[in-house]
Design a protein around this ligand. Structure first.
Ligand code: CTP
Ligand code: MG
Length: 169
């Protein structure tokens, strides 16, 4: 069981890396932070909002590819690849902006959270995109769906204990 959990995390790792990357790159590339929606609105609300940028999308996808490539060098099962990493990364970022699209439609401002969507959207789309290269693995999918919010709550709780956050969730 523990082995299966490790395999699932190893498989989805490029999506996690891709999801975190934009936070760093968007800051470093602040000059080039062109919003993905070019600042355009639809029915009075931004399509994606200023939180979704081109550097974020590109850096996230490349970081996913790099993660997959580095994984492939280790030969640890399940063996990843540059291509799989790129797909998982691009999928994760697609899930991220689909989530923002939905958040803007229901009237949430940039940065406001939509529980579950914020944490699971990128996982679901990463899996969807990976289907281009590999068969669907139900076990990995279920494990990642359960583990991601748990990891999220865990890190928030640590942040709270370290007094970096005001709430333990
Ligand atoms: N980011 C980016 N491009 C992306 C995704 C994220 O530049 N495609 C950067 C933005 O600076 C963003 C930060 O990463 O503010 C955190 O990402 P996220 O929490 O997904 O965005 P939010 O600002 O919370 O916006 P939203 O409400 O649309 O999710
Ligand atoms: Mg957010």
């Amino acid at each position: 069981m523990l082995n299966l959990i490790f395999q699932a995390i190893w498989f989805i790792l490029p999506a996690y890396c891709a999801n975190i990357a934009p936070v760093f790159f968007a800051k470093a590339l602040a000059k080039y932070n062109h919003p993905l929606d070019f600042g355009k609105s639809w029915k009075g609300k931004r399509i994606f909002g200023d939180g979704k940028t081109w550097p974020g999308l590109i850096s996230g996808t490349l970081v996913g590819g790099l993660a997959g490539f580095l994984q492939s060098l280790t030969l640890i099962q399940p063996v990843s690849s540059l291509q799989l990493g790129l797909l998982l990364g691009f999928g994760a970022l697609t899930g991220d902006f689909v989530g923002s699209f939905i958040k803007r439609r229901i009237g949430l401002a940039r940065g406001q959270s939509l529980p579950l969507m914020d944490q699971l959207g990128f996982i679901i789309f990463a899996f969807l995109f990976s289907l281009i290269l590999i068969p669907f693995n139900w076990k990995y999918f279920i494990i990642c769906l359960i583990l991601t919010p748990v990891l999220h709550l865990g890190t928030n709780w640590i942040g709270f204990k370290l007094k970096l956050k005001r709430e333990p969730w």
